[in-house]
Design a protein around this ligand. Structure first.
Ligand SMILES: [Zn+2]
Length: 922
């Protein structure tokens, strides 16, 4: 069959071109969402292209792109982009990996043509107009160093030490993108500039612009801006760095105190498909089959974990690059062993691979996997007119960097729909036999261990012995147990829609059903293949007593991991393959309910699941037991993670140690009673009249009403909502609170937070908007003063919370920073000082920028089903319309309003918390 396959077509709606100097561009008009566009520049170079004295400079350079260029001096790039509504971090960012460096500006408003031209100018500056001023470089060294300190995890630290052994004979072993801190701290600016000059050239660059733009004009502009750039004679070529095969197995054991759980990785290496062969259909088909294979194996692993004596709590296999290299691929197995059972876990996981190697997968597993995959493709295909800009941009980046196919969803779905039924199970089994092989060749096994007292560590030899043991065992073929019966044995007795009201302002219909349940319907055309749902009732944590705290912490998860009807969780997952129905239980301080999402095609199944979630949760001790095991393993060493400890301290101080707001301990987990949770659910979900269901999306009204009568109006009820007095479980501590503490750390870092909470205030749109504006302005000042001017932080900013109970609210403003411990003393006072600056002298320009950002975001949100679900929930619950006048309210806010709000509403309450965590002196 393979020989008759055509080449993969290229999506006809993208204009791809190449200038004489080698610059490649991708331009696509896309109307969804309207009035915004994304701008990308991708470089075919990254840390692998560094010289030894440049290790880490690809990444430092990425940072420097925001610190001065031909048309945007100093920090004016960020300031300018904010002024047109582009938010740093969210819409504007960059990333560096071994083989690529990508910069992007997302969601640029397109109504003003000057904004588009300026963004093209930004791309142009990034391509060859960076200033790379020595003083600015010095400032950025600290920030990158702080980033290293803050973000590097235990796993990364272990891998860092292992890379040379993981890549013997290859430069990949010495080119982890974060690089060497002595280079970051001490490199000559000229060494950085040399990297920039050598590699940032049009022949290594791809410009990608997707959105509500004029393609011809954009193309002309690219030619005008980039056409004149010359590639120097004798420019260095970007060569792919090979990764040699390993004849002997590589077995490594590493440990770190900040490794929060022990893990074992096993990689089966193979050569990556060369770029020039990726245009053939065989490549697409091969990937498709490997994808199905890994999905099937993962289902088997999940099933294994349900057995009480399984030595791992999680095992998962994935196909992709071998760690950080683009020339070698691998099937990579990730295993989380039960404590002390590392070897047994490795043997058990490899055993499943051997089973697949020997007997293949079954035809029923294969059919289910195909059905599921096609159903996912179909979901995108049905919504093909409304795919977001970002998705196209990612595809074009991959095409530019690694020649990945870009057939577009229309071609892809058509091809796969045609080919998939013709693929026999033997095709995937042949692939499995080739990829999963016995022996050491190209095998890499790593144990990433928690370092702690009393821990024992496997020796590398033991990893080899555990692998060999699995292959030497005799295994039996897998038996695929599937339940063939329908989800519901009989349809429930339908009820009726008893009452109907329309709301013109927000465009929804409110139904009251014969059993007393309320349903809110809003039909939209934002996504042709999406319907989102929520169901909630008053109650939440407040409906239960203190004794149930451990159960409340795990309530929603335990129910979501349970079965439904006569199906266990595992049987349910098998039965639902090929269907897009996600449904989860939810529980918070005020409310409990369900949240979910589906497609028009699978709506009936989704409604059945909803009905069963209310009426027939099936106890599944294996599934819930395994979930709790996994949580326990992840919690055991969590106190080694400084950020988690800091976050937990904030919660503890804010709520006076209230368990509901803290990370559960292993003891809390032990106190969880699954039986009690099921009992709580029966009382909480027993009366449909307590609930409001909200559906937003593209549904057929008549079909939706039929299902509502069948599956929701039929839910048991007393016909009357139960009186549920509001019990406030938020145990806020009032007044001034301060906590300074030190923590032993491998990587010294400081974290600080200052929190101001208002007294009870009116729950109004105006207060809501003022809080949003105030904290964003505060974020800008903190970033400017602490990160940029002081170079004291990897991150310094602010957060805001508008915490309401339906009638009253609290406005909470938090300044937060991850600081360089040497500069923390100098930096911390700024959190207070910066807030005072906004009160004394609010910056009008900052206010204008924040308004632009919020107004633009409002346009994006207006086309989002989830956003509307929140808007309607709020309105139906409390009568508050935060949508209709939102933009006008944002526009009406003055600098004096913000100053008064912070001074008279937020600060005047005297509720102020200050928390600083410092590293313990070694
Ligand atoms: Zn960075």
């Amino acid at each position: 069959m393979a020989q008759q396959l055509p080449a993969i077509p290229v999506d006809k709606d993208v204009r791809i071109g190449k200038l004489d100097n080698g610059l490649t561009y991708y331009i696509r008009h896309n109307d969804y969402p309207e009035h915004v566009a994304n701008f990308y520049i991708a470089q075919k170079v990254g840390s692998i292209n560094e010289n030894e004295d440049q290790r880490g400079l690809a990444h430092l350079l990425e940072h420097m792109a925001f610190n001065g260029s031909d048309h945007f001096k100093d920090n004016s790039l960020q300031e300018y982009l904010q002024s047109i509504g582009v938010e740093y971090g969210r819409n504007l960012n960059a990333y560096t990996s071994t083989d690529k460096t990508v910069y992007y500006i997302n969601d640029v408003p397109t109504k003003r043509i000057t904004a588009l031209d300026s963004c093209m100018l930004v791309l142009k500056d990034w391509s060859n107009g960076l200033t790379l001023d020595a003083k600015a470089i010095d400032q950025e060294r600290d920030i990158v160093h702080n980033e290293y300190r803050m973000r590097i995890t235990g796993t990364q630290k272990i891998l860092e030490t292992m890379f040379p052994s993981l890549y013997p004979g290859s430069k990949y072993g010495q080119r982890y993108p974060i690089g060497l801190m002595e280079v970051i701290d001490g490199c000559n600016p000229e060494t950085l500039r040399a990297y920039y000059r050598k590699w940032y050239r049009p022949d290594n660059q791809g410009i990608i612009i997707v959105g509500d733009i004029d393609v011809d004009r954009t193309e002309a502009k690219i030619k005008e801006l980039f056409g004149g750039i010359k590639v120097p004679a004798n420019a260095a070529k970007v060569e792919l760095e090979p990764v040699p095969d390993n004849e002997q197995g590589i077995f490594l054991v590493g440990k770190d105190k900040e490794q929060t759980m022990s893990m074992i990785l096993a990689a089966l290496k193979r050569d990556a498909t060369p770029d020039e062969l990726k245009g053939k259909s065989e490549y697409l088909l091969g990937n498709y089959l490997i994808d199905l294979l890994t999905n099937i194996i993962n289902v088997r692993y999940k099933e294994e974990t349900q057995k009480a004596d399984c030595p791992f709590v999680m095992a998962q296999i994935e196909n992709g690059s071998y760690l950080i290299s683009r020339t070698k691929d691998a099937l990579t197995l990730t295993i989380v062993p039960k404590e002390g059972q590392e070897q047994a876990a490795l043997t058990a996981a490899i055993r499943e691979l051997k089973r697949v190697h020997e007997f293949g997968v079954t035809a029923t597993e294969f059919d289910r996997a195909k059905e599921e995959k096609l159903s996912q493709l179909e979901k995108d295909y049905n919504n093909r007119e409304k795919l977001p800009n970002d998705r196209y941009c990612q595809e074009y980046v991959d095409n530019f960097i690694g020649n990945e196919p870009i057939p577009g969803i229309e071609n892809l779905y058509t091809m796969m729909k045609q080919m998939s039924p013709m693929l026999p199970v033997e095709a995937v089994n042949a692939i499995a036999k080739g990829l999963i092989v016995e022996g050491d060749r190209n095998l890499v096994v790593l144990a990433l261990m928690q370092e702690k007292d009393g821990q024992t560590y496997p020796a590398p030899d033991a990893l080899k012995a555990a692998t060999d043991k699995a292959w030497a065992e005799k295994v039996e073929a897998y038996v695929d147990n599937v339940r063939q019966e329908p989800l519901m044995a009989a349809a429930p007795k339908a009820g009726k829609i008893a009452k109907e009201e329309k709301n013109a302002a927000l465009g929804f219909t409110k139904l009251t059903l014969s059993n007393g349940a309320t349903v809110v319907l809003k039909k939209t055309d934002f996504n042709d293949n999406e319907i989102v749902m929520s169901a909630y009732a008053k109650g939440g944590f407040g409906a239960f007593g203190k004794a149930d705290e451990p159960n409340l912490q795990m309530f929603a998860e335990a129910l979501s991991y349970s079965g439904l009807g006569s199906f266990s969780k595992n049987e349910l997952q098998k039965a639902l393959s090929g269907k897009q129905c996600g449904i989860d239980f939810s529980m918070d301080e005020m409310r409990h309910g369900l949240k979910g999402k589906t497609t028009p095609k699978d709506l009936e199944t989704f409604m059945q699941l909803t009905h069963l979630a209310f009426t027939n949760v099936k106890k599944d001790e294996q599934s819930v037991g395994n979930f709790l095991n996994l949580v326990e393993v992840s919690l055991k060493n969590i106190s080694m993670n400084a950020s988690v400890v800091f976050e937990d301290s904030i919660q503890s101080v804010t709520y006076g140690g209230n368990k509901l707001y803290r990370i559960p301990t292993v003891d809390d987990l032990k106190a969880v009673s699954y039986d009690r949770i099921l009992e709580m659910a029966r009382s909480a979900y027993g009366n449909a009249a307590d609930f409001t269901f909200t559906f937003v999306g593209n549904f057929d009204e008549a079909v939706m009403r039929k299902y509502i009568e069948q599956y929701i109006a039929s839910l048991p009820s007393t016909k009357k909502a139960k009186a549920q007095p509001f019990t406030d479980v938020r145990t806020f501590v009032n007044g001034e609170q301060s906590r300074n503490f030190t923590k032993a750390m491998e990587n010294p870092q400081a974290q600080a937070a200052e929190i101001w909470r208002s007294a009870n205030i009116d729950y109004t749109l105006k207060n809501f908007v003022l809080l949003e504006i105030a904290y964003r302005m505060y974020d800008m000042v903190n970033n400017r003063e602490i990160r940029e001017k002081l170079s004291a932080a990897y991150h310094a900013g602010a957060k805001g919370d508008f915490d309401d109970d339906g009638t009253k609210a609290y406005a909470i403003v938090t300044g937060i920073g991850m600081l360089n411990p040497d500069k923390a003393g100098e930096a911390v006072p700024y959190f207070q000082k910066d807030l005072q600056t906004i009160i004394d002298n609010p910056n009008q320009e900052d206010l204008n920028k924040v308004k632009e950002i919020l107004l633009k975001q409002a346009d994006v949100d207006a086309k989002d089903n989830r956003h509307w679900r929140t808007v309607l929930e709020r309105f139906v619950r409390s009568g508050k319309d935060f949508e209709s006048d939102y933009k006008a309210t944002v526009q009406s806010v003055t600098a004096a309003d913000v100053s008064n709000f912070l001074k008279n509403v937020v600060l005047s309450s005297g509720n102020h918390i200050k928390i600083v965590m410092m590293p313990e002196k070694k």
